[in-house]
Design a protein around this ligand. Structure first.
Ligand SMILES: [Zn+2]
Length: 323
């Protein structure tokens, strides 16, 4: 029998070591996932092909977004941008002697007429007035609405407000601020590749912090159009919504004409008040000469949860800044 020499043993050990190291080298590094490496992100929503902006304005009732942003909506619409005004409740308790389906239908017809005059599309969610809650279901509804409109800009109320529907519309808008970009949240509607710019309407509430305008837009050139459009919301502006009473209802045609004149004048005063209140910002944005001359305005504050454009970028998104 032949004895195995030390040399042969050395060769065998070397061969075994070589193959062991080769196998080790071909194995996955810890943490690396071959399946994930083949993964593909689902396609995002396709952008609109006409290069125009898409704006969606969220209000709690069929008058809120019109009052706060009807002027800028008309300006955008006149430039061919896509504007949609949404009421997140149907407004069915917003009157002192009417309610339910009859009032909801009446307010839908009013706001459709109003938005058409502004050049905007209308959507009224069938949620009872005074009953909007910041639920998961509503977060999904808001997310889908913003995505379906392929929004570049989303407007809504701040969550500091006297009315719970306004507050929760603000909360739900904020809750959608990031979720619209998450591919597998509400994956039945393609997510947005770019987080829109979210802005709040102006208001007068002081606590916990007052409204701070980032952009104030002159609406002088469309103020009469805005007044004409808002005047269509008679259940609210003429009859006094849920705060009114029978004394406000004109009893003759003459009274009606007189009362409508007062309503229109009140609206002009209100929009002029916004310009006066934010005069310093108007001067900062438009320059001394033009900023002083602006008579009517709408003001907006950037929400921290969306895209954060610079002031110069914001001015390019909003009309009347020379773009
Ligand atoms: Zn409201």
């Amino acid at each position: 029998m032949r004895r195995i020499g030390w040399n042969s043993i050395g060769v065998v050990v070397a061969v075994v070591l070589f193959f062991a190291l080769a196998i080790q080298g071909g194995r996955a590094a810890p943490g690396w996932d071959a399946t994930l490496a083949k993964g593909k992100k689902p396609p995002a929503a396709k952008p609109r092909e006409d290069g125009k902006l898409s704006i969606i304005a969220l209000g709690a009732h069929p008058d809120d977004s019109e009052l706060r942003a009807g002027g800028v909506a008309a300006l955008w619409a006149a430039q061919g941008h896509h504007v949609k005004l949404v009421s997140t409740t149907n407004g069915d308790v917003g009157h002192w002697c009417q309610a339910g389906g009859v009032l909801a239908q009446r307010r839908l017809a009013e706001v459709q007429k109003c938005d058409k005059m502004l050049g905007a599309a209308t959507e009224v969610l069938d949620i009872h007035d005074g009953e909007l809650m910041p639920t998961l279901e509503n977060r999904q509804i808001f997310t889908r609405l913003i995505r379906q409109w392929k929004a570049d800009i989303v407007l809504g109320p701040r969550p500091n407000d006297y009315h719970p529907d306004h507050r929760y519309t603000g909360i739900l808008m904020q809750d959608s601020g990031f979720m619209v970009t998450v591919p597998f949240f509400c994956s039945d509607v393609p997510y947005l590749a770019k987080n829109p710019v979210f802005l709040y309407y102006s208001d007068g509430f002081q606590r916990p912090n007052p409204f701070r305008p980032d952009i104030v837009v002159a609406i002088d050139e469309v103020v009469e159009k805005k007044v004409d459009a808002i005047a269509q919301l008679e259940s609210q502006v003429l009859e006094g919504c849920c705060m009114g009473d029978e004394r406000l209802v004109p009893k003759t045609e003459e009274e009606y004409v007189k009362r409508m004149g007062q309503v229109r004048e009140g609206l002009r005063r209100r929009f002029a008040g916004t310009a006066d209140q934010h005069r310093a910002k108007l001067i900062e944005l438009y320059g001394e000469e033009k900023g002083k001359k602006v008579r009517y305005a709408e003001a907006f504050e950037l929400c921290e949860y969306g895209s954060r454009p610079s002031i110069e970028e914001l001015k390019k998104l909003f009309p009347t800044f020379g773009n």
